[in-house]
Ligand binder design. Structure first.
Ligand code: S3P
Length: 450
């Protein structure tokens, strides 16, 4: 952690103007490294997110036998070992803050004959792993971990994979792309067909990329509309050249900043617009945001566009719970937008936000209330009465917001601080390096300060 990240002040100033790009998509970056490490030969990845979470995945894949290097041209070259050929790591796998690295790797390793120990930071060590160890246990893997709050198994955790793993059919009890992906990745090296039934669609990057690497994967709809995803095991993957689009979850911050800051106009180029990720932009448009989606195209098997956001008079809405998975990581900054809208915004069905890098419902309710927003915290959502566009806060100086090692809480309040009367202080911005290196520089550029 760097000292300069401690107690950072965010306060009102110039409008935000200009054109920026955001770093590569975190979900796609993890998957690109993992699948490249399983393809025999050299894959090349450009646009990879060079944030701490993804670097944790890269380090783990190296420890498991892949050769991974970043060229001077910024392109990452990965020499994979083949499905089923990962090797026993010599030391514990250090996962940092990254739930995606942890859960997807547990899936990959479940069908390899090796033992691995996963360790992480204070935030990750509190997060429930039972959601992946349960299905992977059905496939034959064994797990020994720490018992966490709520009874779920947590890190530090040691697992033993198995060959041959048992292919299973698994209906997801929570809408989670991480759980879906863990089971599909375990299925890659299991004999026969592994199936995941997904009642509510979640991000489909794993499905797209597995197919792109040559795995046989089909998606059908069952009579209730659930997605049935089937992967044929003992697959052979072929090396690929991959281009990672900009992360819509990172683009969310400059977009919301522009919408709530008078006089702003911001363009974010090259943003991933996969429909399973783009819920935030649809909801902001439903609130009346002046948000244009332009130059739509396809890059590396994913839809991509440029976004143009201008300061807007937003109106409160009811967010349908079935939209939640397509904007699950964007709720913290969405709540900031709602706190500036005219009228009431209601959200529900968001129990999952309580088990992210922090309890995001509690932290957003507490922090927004501290800066003068009207927020009612419910079990599974927040009800926010907006300011009608007025800046929040006032009177009592700049309150300190505790981000509890959660990058998205820290960035959401950084944006909120730009539209307060007296500013606010964030206790520690260093977790932002997990997903958005360059966040502070981007804000400075947009405010004409760089
Ligand atoms: C992710 C899935 C989501 C999301 C996380 C990344 C992924 O988590 O919140 O940041 O890359 O698969 P869940 O699978 O827990 O919903």
């Amino acid at each position: 952690m760097t000292d300069h990240a401690r107690n950072t002040l965010f306060e009102p100033g110039a409008p935000l103007r200009g054109t920026v790009t955001v770093p590569g998509d975190k979900s796609i970056s993890h998957r690109a490294l993992m699948l490249s490490a399983l393809a025999v030969g050299e894959s090349r990845i450009s646009g990879l997110l060079e944030g701490e979470d993804v670097l944790a995945t890269a380090a783990a894949m190296r420890a498991l036998g892949a050769q991974i290097e970043r060229g001077a041209d910024g392109v990452w070259r990965v020499h994979g070992v083949g499905v089923g050929s990962l090797v026993q790591p010599a030391t514990a796998l250090e996962m940092g803050n990254s739930g995606t690295s942890t859960r997807l790797l547990m899936g990959l390793l479940a069908s390899h004959a090796l033992t691995a120990t996963f360790v992480g930071d204070a935030s990750l060590s509190k997060r429930p792993m039972g959601r992946v160890t349960t299905p992977l246990g059905l496939m034959g893997a064994q797990f020994m971990g720490t018992s966490g709050a709520g009874g779920s198994i947590c890190l530090p955790l040691t697992m033993r994979g198995i060959v041959p793993a048992v292919p299973i059919e698994y209906r997801l009890p929570v809408a989670s792309a991480q759980v879906k992906s863990a089971v599909l990745l375990a299925g890659l090296n299991a004999p026969g067909i592994t199936r995941v039934i997904e009642p509510v669609p979640t991000r489909d990057h794993s499905e797209r990329m597995l197919r792109g690497f040559g795995a046989t994967l089909t998606v059908e709809a069952d009579p209730d509309g659930a997605r049935i995803i089937s992967i044929h095991g003992e697959a052979e993957l072929n090396p690929q050249t991959l281009v990672v689009p900009g992360d819509p979850s990172s683009a969310a911050f400059p977009v919301v900043a522009a919408l709530i800051t008078p006089g702003s106009e911001v363009t974010v180029t090259n943003v991933g617009m996969n429909p399973t990720r783009a819920g935030l932009f649809r909801m902001l448009q439903a609130m009346g945001a002046d948000l244009a989606i332009t130059n739509e195209r396809e890059v590396g098997g994913e839809p991509v566009a440029d976004l143009v956001a201008r300061h807007s008079a937003l109106t409160g809405i009811d967010v349908p719970p079935d939209v939640a998975p397509s904007m699950i990581d964007e709720f913290p900054v969405f709540f900031v937008a709602a706190a500036h809208a005219q009228g009431i915004t209601r959200t529900s069905g968001l129990d999952e936000l309580r088990v992210k890098e922090s309890d995001r419902l509690a932290l957003m309710a507490r922090g927004l209330t501290r800066i003068g927003a009207i927020v009612e915290e419910q079990e599974d959502g927040l009800v926010i009465t907006g300011s009608g566009g007025d800046p929040l806060g006032g009177g009592n100086g700049a309150p300190v917001i505790d981000a509890e090692l959660d990058h998205r809480i820290a960035m959401s309040f950084a944006i909120a601080g730009l539209n307060t009367r007296g500013g606010l202080v964030i206790d520690d911005m260093s977790p932002v390096a997990t997903s958005f290196p360059g966040f502070a520089d981007m804000l400075a550029t947009l405010r004409g300060a760089a």
